[in-house]
Design a protein around this ligand. Structure first.
Ligand code: B16
Ligand code: MG
Length: 219
């Protein structure tokens, strides 16, 4: 029996990970730090301030800025990120996701969101998907970011469902850790080697088929 599907946002529902990367790269350049796509993998699912800390450590500048300066930098990155996501539309929904959401809904199974992003509502609104969600966990009220299970536990509570009856879907290693610790069945989207901690890994979102997921979950 399945009660709910709980989704990550960036990298699962839409590819905003690319926009986070471009915005962090712009900020990092300004302070003389180079980041590339490989390093960006370590920022997926990680909160805004924690991402900034990781970038500063990467550039060996972790002791160079005051808290106020760091807050300003995180804010600047966010303003640039928001300007990039302002124009996203339903065309930016990753393949297979709309059909999956439709199938989950028509089978009367609940849908939750467990994203670390404080911009999650704006993204879902722009994608015109917000009405599919029974509960959207509020990242600004979440103390510990992924790999801590907090945001998934918040979603389970908000949906009033039991972890063992739920599937969590993520694209980041830290996100899969969070799903596993929360007690749900974890599905990873991406590279098998990177997401080796997931119960099931699919190469991309086109493989997230409702019937297949139900068969595997019910075995
Ligand atoms: P914001 P997810 C995460 O979203 C992103 O993967 C991560 O790169 C980002 O830093 C984080 O949200 C915070 O986002 O700055 O918009 O609050 O993958 O958990 O949906
Ligand atoms: Mg993600």
């Amino acid at each position: 029996m399945i009660d709910a599907f709980i989704f990550d946002l960036d990298g699962v529902i839409t590819d905003t990970a690319e926009y986070h990367y471009l915005a962090w790269k712009e900020l990092a350049n300004k302070i003389g730090i180079e980041i590339d796509r490989e390093f960006n993998e370590t920022l997926k699912g990680v909160s805004r301030m924690e991402s900034l800390e990781r970038i500063l450590v990467h550039g060996n500048k972790q002791n160079d800025f005051t808290i106020e300066e760091k807050e300003k930098m995180a804010n600047d990155k966010n303003m640039y990120y928001v300007s990039l996501i302002e124009n996203i539309t339903p065309k930016d929904i990753l393949p297979g996701i709309s059909k999956l959401l439709e199938n989950i809904k028509s089978n009367n199974i609940k849908i939750g969101l467990a994203s670390a992003s404080k911009n999650a509502n704006m993204v879902l609104n722009n994608l015109k998907l917000v009405n599919y969600f029974d509960f959207i966990a509020d990242a600004s009220k979440c103390k510990n970011s992924k790999p801590a299970p907090d945001i998934f536990l918040m979603a389970l509570k908000g949906l009033n469902v039991e972890a063992k009856n739920c599937i969590g879907i993520e694209d980041a290693y830290s996100g899969i850790e969070a799903i596993n610790t929360s007690g749900m069945y974890s599905v990873g989207v991406g590279d098998k080697k990177t997401l080796k901690n997931a119960n099931l890994v699919v190469e991309d979102t086109t493989y997230l088929e409702f019937d297949t997921l139900m068969d595997i979950f019910n075995k």
